[in-house]
Write a protein that binds this ligand. Sequence first.
Ligand SMILES: [Zn+2]
Length: 395
Amino acid sequence: MSVFDRRNETMSAPVLEQVQLERLQALVARLRRNVRRYRERLAEVRVESLADLQRLPLTTPEDMVESFPYGMFAFPLREIIRLYSTLGPNGKPLIIGHTRNDLAQWGRLVARQLVAAGVTANDVIQVSLGRASDACAAGYVLGAELLEASVIAEDPIHMDYQFEVLKNYRPTFLITTPAHALELARTMQKRQMDPQTLQLRAVILSRSVSAELREQLSIGLFAAIHCNFGVPELLDPGLTLECEAGHMHIQEDQFLPEICDGELVLTALGREALPLLRYRTRVSAKLTREKCPCGRTGAILEPGSRLDRRYQVNETEFYECQVAEVLQQTRAAGCFFRLEATERRLIVMISMSEELFAATLSSPAETERKIESEILARLGVESEVQFMQPQGSRL
Ligand SMILES: [Zn+2]
């Protein structure tokens, strides 16, 4: 298998450390100069070795919420050429910006990830991540274009249309969510379709899945499965890549990883528009360094669960991610949601997506009840589901 950027992906430890240190020093100087929120926090600090990193202030998602919309940007708006939004804590929106250099770099980082998964100029790639992930899809398109692979400019919502796309374009790579991949595999099984008739060589999943699900998808779609791990506030995709040895490498020349009390903390060394310092990802993770047969030297990441808000209803305790897991099994899969715990019940406000709107057109109330009974069955908590318009007002 080939490596897209051998010089940057296979640096020896001393070279990598030197590169990281120089970029960190430049980053601290840039943040001190250009971002008011960091100016005071960084006034006294000196970075002379990577060990000094531990003394630098952490950045939290709440910092971004408080600086909404552009307060954390290190470049003036006139030099920001692309803006996306993502969802921060409590469902508050955050705005992510890219300069021209950021976009070019993003393309290169995603190209590395695609090459690690085996993409070449001969491949036809279908990117199907749903409306909520326009930014991720854009990143994959940038990377694929750099490799001169062919990207299908359609994102089918319905399964029947998905099969049309598979039949007509004959994609060799599918980039999608675990939920969509699973639905595809299940539908093929139900319709007694042989997955070997597809041309798919590999599927890249938008987030990592359990070993069992990976195996199930690999058999069900007759394709290799690769997983992505991204942090939308920093970069998603392009932050990590999964090599042929099944290791998820952090692209360490650009992202400096730490584990603080079990939590993954990342510093974006090279981003111009939004260069976050020691960003708390709220994801538990393990980092290892071992010689990988692929030759890449970036630290190997094992992402764990989200370190999420804990809720309590009627003395039952649970985490936000558990609700997300339940919703993933319902028609609201992939929709943004907000939670509010009252004494007796959990209020689940689900932001309506196009898919969900289409699926529940005739009976939104019935779908709400179904999700409530699912939450009761899985978490033992009474809930009230409310579908919201994306802006947050009740439908
Ligand atoms: Zn590797």
